[in-house]
Design a protein around this ligand. Structure first.
Ligand code: HEM
Length: 532
């Protein structure tokens, strides 16, 4: 079967075994590669040794910055096959034509630790997929949990500063068992739902082949008649969902820090290809306000018994990368990479993400031309009037590089919507410019309670043990007490047991979260915010 992405990558691939004769980067054949040029056999190395200088300089610059989050990841190529046309909801070609097989590249990551941290840590797993469609790249940049810690992107740098190893000693690596993390959670009650997912068994997958994926945010699907629906995306693993218990995970991390990486690689090498079905939950625009939660709030899931997940296709990861750096490290995902028929919602977390990814990749991948890196190139033609810049790899021949061009009839011109040009959904917006959040985002605990109550008794036990272990590592009593106070809003027994285990204060029923200074998050939660 033809795979356009595989064919494209082949053109950039150099097979080590087919190369003859060592040369410099200028093509000069070198007769010697073990000894530098010296003034006498026991004398100093000479500055004019261009071979030594080139070899060493290149080595000195082999590393690029790791991702600011999701630094440790593993990925593979594959295909996506649609089961049935979704033309009722979207005009996206790859979600309409069941005869098409779309090449994909998926990268699964941990969030907190550095590139060299262990796999089987308690953490969120990123699950990013690039669909190389005939209409451009569509990236589904999700996680293995359906909700998130915060409701507004402006808090993301604070969340990550609190979550990452603490700045004075870079401890702990790959874990959330420390004061700054729990301080943030205690001060930001909107994280109540997500913290339970993170403390649950879901946070330590048995294998990356056995975890779900979620787009988290509400997106929009738009059909050929211009009708829009709200949508959430899901990946359901065909091997089912399986976790490790804490003790197993710790042993695995000690014995083999590459436990998940190796498992995925070897499964694909053996032909035991991991598969996920793509699911969508759809809400009609007219039902936007029919629920007891705000469908734009990323700390809420859409209950599957109310809004069923419709299974629409399948992704199979069937090819390992040829080169870890060129493919897994240089890949650049972006939730703003959409195709005609897919658009955004006003989820304030999603809106901020639309800025952040290209911005970080400009420094991570060195300038504005990283879309030309082979793994990032679309499989359809791409051309516009952008020019030059660091690492430009294309020779744009010709006199002109601007739109509204009288000199060159072939200069790239906008494509009309009828011929496939992207058209932003014309949502009517009428509101005041204001910092704040809608009252409809202020119920922090209902879904957290639902999640806790949905767990089997042994799963609740694991969760209590996880909270006690992680929080028990904190040094500050204030931090411990605030976190227990947060749990107290979710479940009394949960709060009681964790408090007993770690020697924290158990508040009176319904006591507000305490802080030694007034938290803007709490003051927002306790006052009526203005929304239109
Ligand atoms: C990676 C920002 C929330 C999923 C990243 C990166 C940044 C970032 C800067 C590094 C990208 C790179 O270097 O290529 C943000 C911001 C967020 C946010 C500002 C909130 C305002 C989320 C959420 C999800 C998510 C809610 C899941 C739904 C991912 C994934 C990656 C990632 C999967 C790794 C992509 C890869 O494998 O290369 N994020 N993120 N992020 N983010 Fe987010």
């Amino acid at each position: 079967m033809e795979n356009k992405k595989a064919e494209q990558l082949k053109k950039f691939t150099i097979d080590n075994e087919e190369q003859a004769g060592l040369t410099t980067n200028q093509g000069l054949r070198m007769a010697e590669d073990e000894f530098s040029l010296k003034a006498g056999l026991r004398g100093p190395t000479l500055m004019e040794d261009f071979h030594f200088r080139e070899k060493m300089t290149h080595f000195d610059h082999e590393r690029i910055p790791e991702r600011v989050v999701h630094a440790r990841g593993v990925g593979a190529h594959g295909i996506f096959q649609l089961y049935e046309s979704l033309s009722e909801y979207t005009k996206a070609d790859f979600l309409n034509d069941t005869s098409k097989t779309t090449p994909v590249f998926a990268r699964i990551s941990t969030v907190q630790g550095s590139r060299g941290s262990s796999d089987t840590v308690r953490d969120v797993r990123g699950f990013a997929t690039k669909f190389y469609t005939d209409e451009g790249n569509f990236d589904l940049v999700g996680n293995n949990m359906p909700v998130f810690f915060i409701q507004d992107a402006i808090k993301f740098p604070d969340l990550v500063h609190a979550l990452k190893p603490e700045p004075h000693n870079e401890i702990p690596q790959g874990a959330s068992a420390h004061d700054t993390f729990w301080d943030f959670i205690g001060q930001n009650p909107e994280s109540a739902h997500m913290i339970l997912w993170l403390m649950s068994d879901r946070a330590i997958p048995r294998s990356l082949r056995m975890m779900e994926g979620f787009g988290v945010h509400t997106f929009r699907l738009i059909n050929a008649d211009g009708k829009a629906h709200f949508v959430k995306f899901h990946w359901k693993p065909l091997l089912g969902i399986h976790s490790q218990v804490w003790d197993e995970a710790q042993r695995a991390a000690g014995k083999n820090p590459d436990f998940h990486r190796q498992d995925l690689y070897e499964a694909i090498e053996k032909g035991d290809f991991p598969e996920w079905e793509l699911g969508i939950q759809v809400i009609a625009e007219e039902d936007e306000f029919s629920f007891d939660f705000d469908i734009l709030d990323p700390t809420k899931l859409w209950p599957e018994e109310e809004i069923p997940v419709k299974i629409v296709g399948k992704m199979t990861l069937n090819r390992n990368v040829n080169n870890f750096f060129a493919e897994r490290e240089q890949v650049a995902f972006h939730p703003g990479h959409v195709v005609p028929g897919i658009d955004f919602s006003n989820d304030p977390l999603l809106q901020g993400r639309l800025f952040s990814y290209t911005d970080t990749q400009l420094s991570r991948l060195g300038g504005p031309n990283f879309h030309q890196i082979p793994i990032n190139q679309p499989v359809c033609p791409f051309h516009n009037n952008q020019r030059d810049g660091m690492h430009q790899m294309t020779i744009h021949h010709g006199q002109t590089s601007y739109h509204r061009n009288g000199l060159n009839a072939n200069q790239p011109e906008p494509v009309p919507v009828e011929l496939g040009g992207y058209d932003h959904y014309q949502e009517k917006i009428d509101g005041r410019k204001i910092r704040g959040r809608s009252d409809s985002f202020l119920d922090f605990y209902s879904q957290a309670k639902l999640f806790y109550n949905s767990l089997a008794p042994f799963e609740q036990k694991h969760l209590i043990a996880a909270c006690s272990f992680e929080l028990g590592k904190c040094k500050s009593d204030l931090v411990k007490n605030n976190a227990v106070a947060l749990f107290n809003h979710i479940d009394r027994q949960l709060a009681q047991e964790v408090a007993d285990n770690i020697g924290a204060e158990l508040p009176e029923e319904n006591l507000e979260v305490k802080s030694d200074k007034k938290s803007p998050a709490l003051s927002m939660a306790n006052t009526v915010s203005k929304s239109d």
